[in-house]
Design a protein around this ligand. Structure first.
Ligand SMILES: NCCCC[C@H](NC(=O)CCN)C(=O)O
Length: 396
């Protein structure tokens, strides 16, 4: 067996030997669901564990609930494995971020064990704890703070109902559409009022009708966040909150134009004022072809079978993929339930999710080790070449 294959075996053995600890971490996070930027329990569990395992840990890294746990030497390849750990309001860990945290910690442990074999660390591994993927996107804050500088590759794996190495993750924009009318007694003098709720309903309906003409991969979905104060007052304020999505930033601006047109039309029809507030969003994920081909080979060798499914939410990992060559595979945790549903919450906490999570952690670890392997410098050069080409033609 080559020396490097021995390191790869050590990584896998370390992950297997830590299975019980890793399951405990996942269960702790799953049973204490915390919203974005408030993940204090998850932050403590993960940082205490990684510190105990010999990582140099920086708690509250640029954000209260972010962390950096790092091991190795500078000058070689620097691999980043990402943890997420925020939950959703009311339905808990319905996106399985407890498993993303487990998978990231496990991959980090495995990579570290392989690196320290013979006492000669080669390169650096950083496990990065990133808050609020379901919120404003902690990775975006961390990018702005420079947390990804000097990293060569970033990776994570996301639970799902299918196993998809290169899922579509759309560019996303959050938008608030606010209508202002005029209040009046809704029974005594309704003709004196200007109804903002009517404008919001017309806007909502126009967007729904427009949906027939949207491209299949475009998404527009929203809720009413203000529909007036009381039935006997003509609503003077009403508000809609929408997410707009498309595969690229260019397509997303076309979607935005159409939605703004619906809002303006509803304002004219009802005599209301309309303001559209762009709240930012996430970039699409640009998967690095060299890294994903290594991942697919390593995962297949472990018996992973890929499904024919594309995915299509959005993630702040998209923003990371514009600053560091990245992969964001998704994997089947033994359920057919949709993410963001209560059955998915149950699946994310079930014993059946453990074996596939550990297989993903091993796949990430072995992928990282292939990139770090001395003599494999051409691989890193190809990763960087892909990235330069992709960024030449893509805008975040
Ligand atoms: N600010 C809201 C971001 C929503 C992100 C969310 N992401 C996922 O569902 C994928 C992984 N968690 C979404 O796409 O709606």
């Amino acid at each position: 067996m080559t020396e490097w294959n021995k390191r790869k075996q050590v990584a896998q053995a370390k992950i297997d030997a830590s299975a019980s600890d890793l399951n405990n971490i996942s269960q702790e996070i799953w049973s204490h669901p915390e919203l974005g930027y408030e993940e204090h329990h998850a932050h403590k569990i993960l940082t205490d564990y990684l510190e105990k395992k010999g990582f140099e840990v920086t708690r509250n890294y640029h954000l209260d609930t972010a962390f950096k746990a790092t091991y190795g030497t500078d000058g070689g390849v620097h691999v980043c494995v990402i943890c997420e750990y925020d939950a959703l309001p009311e339905i808990g860990h319905a996106c399985g971020h407890n498993l993303i945290a487990e998978c990231g910690a496990a991959a980090g442990l495995g990579i570290k064990a392989a690196m320290e074999l013979d006492g000669t660390p080669i390169g650096r591994v950083t496990v990065l704890g990133t808050p609020a993927e379901e919120g404003a996107g902690g990775k975006i804050d961390l990018i702005k703070a420079g947390a990804f500088q000097g990293m060569d590759v970033a990776m994570m794996a996301h639970p799902y109902a299918y196993t998809v190495p290169q899922p579509v993750a759309l560019s996303m924009l959050e938008m608030k559409i606010h209508f202002t009318g005029l209040a009046s007694h809704a029974s005594a003098v309704p003709w004196e009022g200007v109804n903002a709720l009517d404008a919001a309903v017309m806007c909502y309906n126009s967007i729904s009708v427009m949906r027939q003409q949207l491209k299949p991969e475009w998404r527009v979905h929203g809720i009413f966040t203000n529909g007036g104060a009381k039935p006997n007052i003509i609503p003077e304020e009403a508000e809609l909150f929408y997410y707009l999505r498309a595969p690229t930033q260019e397509a997303l601006s076309q979607v935005k134009k159409k939605v703004v047109g619906c809002a303006q039309g509803a304002a004219v029809a009802t005599g209301c004022e309309c303001t559209v507030k762009d709240l930012g969003g996430f970039a699409n994920v640009v998967t690095n072809p060299t890294v994903i081909s290594i991942y697919k080979r390593e995962a297949s060798q472990m018996g992973v079978v890929f499904d024919d499914n594309s995915g299509s939410g959005s993630t702040d990992m998209g923003n990371v993929s514009y600053v560091v060559p990245s992969i964001h595979p998704m994997y089947d945790i033994g359920t057919m339930a949709a993410n963001h549903s209560r059955p998915f919450t149950a699946a994310a906490g079930a014993a059946a999710a453990q074996p596939p999570t550990l297989v993903q952690a091993k796949s990430l670890a072995l992928t990282a080790l292939e990139v770090m392997k001395p003599g494999n410098e051409e691989v890193l050069a190809n990763i960087k070449k892909d990235f330069a080409l992709q960024m030449g033609g893509a805008k975040a």
